[in-house]
Design a protein around this ligand. Structure first.
Ligand code: ATP
Length: 501
């Protein structure tokens, strides 16, 4: 699995760079680990994802409103939320090469065949399964054959660096000893104002959720909304991840799409199930295959002390199955904490029942960059299609759901003469006026122009040709089926609009 999946990721990363989906941040200076930029195609894709989310969870509902809060907040917020004391990852250093790792991601693997040590290695992996696969990979070919032949009858001993009990953890890079794990707070610190002392310390928000809790009373007092209701927010969050990896999957700056849904404690279980299922369905509706998408309910032991239930929407990325979004029943923990720390009353008074209570909160919390990466992975396809001469060739095509595709339509004149460019320009401008992202291209062979749009994931290409001059019809070519049909030139906008919903 490892080889193929790496190859697929390499191809995807190369395409994203070549076509302007994603660039390394400040690449001209050698980049900066854990930070990424979206190029012209990437920004449209990501914006479409955010817009689709916002439309679904805010605009199409009566029980949801939005906010857009500041990234830097009063640091008391992060004391109340628990982030100042608890938002830690366990950190280990290599005593030899000084490399740093998140201790819960470093596995030390010992494989013994009777008394013979076949392998003693450190592996940097997301979970035990991946660690086992990587360890097998790491063993030299002779050992590997013995591993494969004997399978699990070999003695495997594997432990995480943060759970080592008197055992010595090994560095994945050089094999030397690692230090014991210690706590590392993941919030980025900065100073507000001209004084750089402890009274001026502030944090870049590590999640957007707390801005919502801090405004819960403002929203209640200013809109006529009643429990049950939700507040949604999309925005940047920052975490000083010890080991950013897997392309944009684990970044230090990323965007979240979060909802806090406030309800009566007695209705919390119902709303939890509602949001868990609704959020899963959202990804399926936008084209993630349900065979690759999993809803994983957390075991009791995995739950945070304040949470009643939690589930992750997970996607089978080429580098392993990982979380896209978490849906949690957070009880009244956050509002109670803010009531305690701010001294403000966070209770809700129900006019009808005359009951006063602190609402329970259901939190669907998704990552926009992770969703974008999942849609990119899902879209990447290599298939066979005929070139200009009718010879079958491998083509790379990004099969995005049309609603997410960065460019909706490309318009080509077949040749640069006989008035074709003028007609094509008119169609292109009409699409732009209708807010359809349209791309005009008159350079090179038409087959090549199609291929470029396939790589961008453009669902429709419209070609103005000789027949257009006679009967004002154009050819529309559909990206996935390669089917072509003729439609009136003045119906292009409507045709595309109907098919991208
Ligand atoms: P993980 O266990 O992968 O670090 P988490 O459980 O800490 O994630 P949450 O705190 O639940 O993540 O954050 C909610 C969502 O924010 C995640 O589901 C993910 O989509 C996104 N997210 C969190 N950390 C990152 C990151 N470093 N880079 C990109 N997206 C992130």
């Amino acid at each position: 699995m490892a080889d193929n999946s790496n190859e697929l990721m390499d191809k995807l990363v190369a395409l994203c760079k070549r076509r302007g989906f994603i660039f390394q941040s400040s690449e001209i200076y050698g980049g900066i680990n854990g930070f990424w930029d979206y190029g012209p195609l990437g920004v449209e894709l990501k914006r479409n994802i955010k817009d689709h989310w916002w439309n679904t969870v805010v605009r199409q509902r009566d029980d949801m409103v939005g906010v857009d809060c500041s990234i830097i907040m009063n640091p008391r917020v992060w004391e109340a939320s628990g982030h100042v004391t608890n938002f830690n990852d366990p950190l280990v250093d290599c005593k030899g090469c000084k490399a740093r790792y998140r201790a819960d991601k470093v596995f030390t693997v010992e494989v013994k065949d009777g008394e013979n040590m076949l392998l003693l290695a450190g592996v940097d992996a997301d979970n035990a399964d991946q660690a086992k696969a990587a360890a097998t990979e790491k063993a030299n070919s002779k050992t590997r054959r013995r591993l494969e032949e004997k399978g699990d009858s070999l003695a495997w001993n594997m432990f995480r660096a943060d759970q080592a009990q008197g055992q010595t953890s090994r560095c994945p890079n050089c094999g030397q000893e690692l230090t014991d794990a210690r706590k590392f707070n993941m919030m980025f610190k900065t100073f507000v104002g001209a004084m750089e002392d402890s009274s001026a310390v502030a944090y870049l928000r590590p999640e957007t959720a707390q801005g919502i809790f801090a405004n819960y009373k403002n929203v209640l007092d200013t809109s006529r909304i009643k429990v049950p209701f939700g507040i949604a927010q999309v925005g940047k969050s920052f975490r000083n991840e010890i080991n950013p990896r897997n392309y944009t999957f684990r970044s230090r700056e990323f965007e979240q799409m979060e909802i806090e849904f406030f309800c009566h404690p007695k209705e919390a279980d119902k709303w939890y199930e509602y949001w868990r299922d609704a959020r899963y369905k959202w990804y399926v509706d936008l084209g993630l295959k349900s065979s690759k998408l999993h809803l994983r309910n957390h075991e009791k032991e995995e739950l945070a002390h304040y949470a009643r239930a939690c589930a992750d929407v997970e996607y089978e990325f080429p580098f392993g199955t990982s979380e896209l979004e978490g849906i949690a029943n957070r009880t009244d923990f956050d509002l109670t904490q803010h009531q305690k720390f701010s001294g403000r009353d966070m209770t809700y008074f129900d006019d009808e029942t005359k009951e006063k209570f602190i609402p329970y909160v259901i939190e669907p919390s998704g990552g926009c960059d992770r969703a974008t990466l999942a849609f990119l992975c899902e879209a990447y396809t290599e298939d066979q299609a005929p070139d200009e001469k009718g010879v079958m060739q491998t083509r790379v095509v990004m099969k995005f759901h049309p609603a997410l595709a960065p460019i909706k339509v490309a318009v080509f004149p077949l040749v640069k003469k006989e008035g074709m460019p003028e007609i094509a320009q008119k169609i292109h401008q009409a699409c732009k006026q209708a807010n359809l992202v349209s791309f005009y291209d008159e350079k090179g062979a038409v087959g090549r122009r199609y291929r470029r749009q396939d790589e961008a994931g453009t669902p429709f290409c419209v070609t103005v040709d000789g027949q257009t001059l006679a009967d004002q019809s154009v050819t529309v070519r559909e990206r996935d089926s390669l089917k072509q049909e003729r439609i009136p030139a003045d119906k292009v906008v409507q045709y595309v609009q109907e098919r991208i919903r």
